[in-house]
Write a protein that binds this ligand. Sequence first.
Ligand code: C5P
Length: 399
Amino acid sequence: MLAGKRILLIIGGGIAAFKALELIRRLRERGAAVTPVLTRAGAEFVTPLSVSALAGRKVYQDLFDLTDEAEMGHIELSRSADLVVVAPATADLMAKMAQGLADDLAATLLLATDTPVLIAPAMNVRMWQHPATQRNLATLAGDGIRRVGPGAGDMACGEHGPGRMAEPAEIIAAVEAALAGGPLRGRRIVVTSGPTHEPIDPVRYIANRSSGAQGAAIARALAARGAEVVFVTGPATAPPPEGAEVIPVETAREMLAAVEGALPADAAIFAAAVADWHVADAAQNKLKKTQGGMPALHFAENPDILATISGLQNGRPPLVVGFAAETEDVVAHATAKRARKGCDWILANDVSAESGIMGGAENRITLISEGGAEDWPRMSKDAVAARLADRVAEALDQA
Ligand code: C5P
């Protein structure tokens, strides 16, 4: 709940501005007070009247609106909030923020504020992928600006790819996480979870039995401690966590792209059961039984997401955590895996049939780090998640 929280909502100019109206409604439903600021470009997409009607208060538009003595000055306006939300955050607004420009009311408020800021970027895919935008994004992350989205999908401009503004429900989750106290407040953490589906043809695929329960529990535990969690999940059966930004993917290659798109981050936790191979020549049409004989499938190796992110020269998260499901010599194999993948920690578990862990509600972990192996008692997957989240908070505080 957001009862009593004060949100300063800056609405930038983009087609996604219409979603800001729904966002105002939902924020108010949860008890938050919303002070809206509409940029000149934003007012081309939504009217000041609809914004102020939904917010139930005046909409601020112009720097010089505030010169009247009866009005709040811009410094005061920028600070009279618990959180500043920029939705949609256009490429232009992000560039202004990264540069520290103050040439209109929105930019001035963003420069003057001393409260946390959350941006929900929205723009054309090429603009999002442009090195200038990516540079600005890295600058903003370094400045402690929190981010939700963008998602991938069909865009109003007819193109496809990342750039769509996060949905209002996802922005609400990010607002709640940003306002939650806790040891991970201000930390951005990427979690992978679930199986991957590797297509054979348009209707068939290769998969595994991962439920995604441990990954979802980890994401929930991190969000409950105030982290901004990006949850990249294959098609899992466990419900996705509340309070996280959820990015659904199917294949290992899509999962890697989603993780790369979610960086920079303070930590990355790879709990997904990623297929090692994909079918290299997946058919465009459904394979027919009548084609004569059984089809031969040719496999190609999938990217190792954990190893790829661990090995990044630029932008490697300071803490990278992997899992190792082993059936024998757990510590020896997991220690070798930690070195091979180049990650900081490995959470090893014994998934031999005797352990009863695979598909169960419990887990028994050995944490392998630079300092050696540490056995955790057998506990529920939720308890494993809580313990890991506490350890992540400690490690990031020390870093
Ligand atoms: O090599 P193995 O699959 O045992 O490694 C397990 C760890 O590596 C897990 O953390 C898993 O999420 C990650 N992994 C990955 N990408 C792959 C294979 C495994 O991120 N292609």
